[in-house]
Structures are given as structure tokens and as C-alpha cells.
Design a protein around this ligand. Sequence first.
Ligand SMILES: [Zn+2]
Length: 273
Amino acid sequence: MQRFRLAPTPSGFLHRGNLFNFLLTEKRCWEAGGQLRLRIDDLDAARVRPQYLQHLFEVLPEAGIAWQDGPHTVAEQETQYRQALRLPQYQAILQTLATSGNLFACRCSRTQLARESVKGCYSGRCLRLNLPLDAPDVAWRVDTQAAATVVLHERRSGTLEADIHRVNPFFIVRRRDGLPAYQVASLSDDLEYGITQIVRGKDLLQSSFSQLFLARLLGERSFEAILFEHHDLLQRPDGEKLSKTAGDRLQSYDPSELLLQVAVLRQQVERMS
Ligand SMILES: [Zn+2]
């Protein structure tokens, strides 16, 4: 059985790009005779708002998207599925990584990082400091230097390869506030739910490689077998990126206009081979 997932982050109202991803995921799942799960990335409680969650549970059924597994109401999400309930699993992964000697503590402040980073990439300056991982107020980063090539199975192009140290050098696995990073929570959930295919935007290609790298460090071979599809991001007619904050958000549509939008997006998705 192929297992797919919709994985929205309720840090804003959904926009057409999110809906496009959901419709494509649903189509792929239907083609494969698979099972679809809704699993919500809500670990970063500071960014998640109840009205965004509510919006999600209104728009998805309105758009005719059906899923078999996961929450169907805000209450179910809050009481049974929120990621905070799976913190022990995330911590276990972090402990395994820490024990394997692949992590180092980074005490850089946001300002320091902005100053030190080359082309937005962390230079690894804390690596040589050898700070203890249990020091207060440190982030945990993974040492990517000795990494070999990471292989990713992509639906369209077959196999993609990348050197993780070039793609996402020394990426964070535990934030300074102690919360597991997105890469860890997302990987852990997909492992737990036995996900076999992931459909996501090209903007998350870097994350896919990072999660594959972590899976290899953890010896989680099943994750390496996942079939990915990284689709182009939906753009505005003027070529600009869609955003949750601009006029692209679905919250600003009345119900009939939402259905019109869904119909247009469904046509676009149907044209994708
Ligand atoms: Zn640092």
C-alpha cells in the first residue's frame, strides 16, 4: 500500500499554491490506489494560530479533498495529533544522533549568524569550539563535512544526487529554544506513519536531501526508498511568488470564488502527467 500525506503548516491562511500541492498529492494517491493522511506541522506553536487551523479544516473539504488518516477537526488535531504529543519520538531521534557523534553545539546569535554566514550558509565556526551539547542556549547542528553523496528518487527525473555539505551545510536539528527542528519532526512523522511517497514544492528539495541524510545517519532505510515529486511552485500571473500574507490567501475568497479557484487548479493538476 502506497501512503501519501498532506503536510500543511498552519502559520498563515492557505494560498492557491498550497491547494495546488494538495490536489496534486491527492491525484497521485488516487493513481497509486494509495492512502492519504493529513499530518499538520504545528510544532512551532509561536507561529501557529487557531484560526489558521480552523481555516484548513474548512477549505480542504470545501475543495473536495478527502483523506483517510489523521485529524478531521481542530479538536482532533489538538487532542490526538498535534506534534507536541510526539516530542518523545523527536527527542529519541536527537539522542541517537547525539550519541552517534555527528552533532555539535552552536551558540551563535542571530546577529552573529548573519555576519558570519557566507551566501546565507553557516560557516561551521562553532565546530572547533567543542561545546558540550547540554550547554545552555545552544542549537544542535549536524556535521555534514564527511558526508557522502545523498541519493533521492524523483518521480520525473529518476535519481537525483547531491552533496549535503553543499546543499545544506551544518544544518540545525535542534533549535536554541530546545525544540526539534522541522527536519527532525517531519522525518520522524513520515517514518512513524509509513509514508512511501512525498509530493512537495521545489522549494523543499533542500529539506528532502537533509531528511534523507538524517535517515541514513539513523539507519532508517525505508525513508531512503521514498519516491519524491518536487513540483514547480505556482506563480502569480506577474511571475511573483505566492504568499500566505498577500492577496493570494484563500481566506480572502468567498465560497463560490474558492470553488472556481479549485476548478482552475484541478485542470492544471489534471494536465500534469
Ligand atoms: Zn555557531
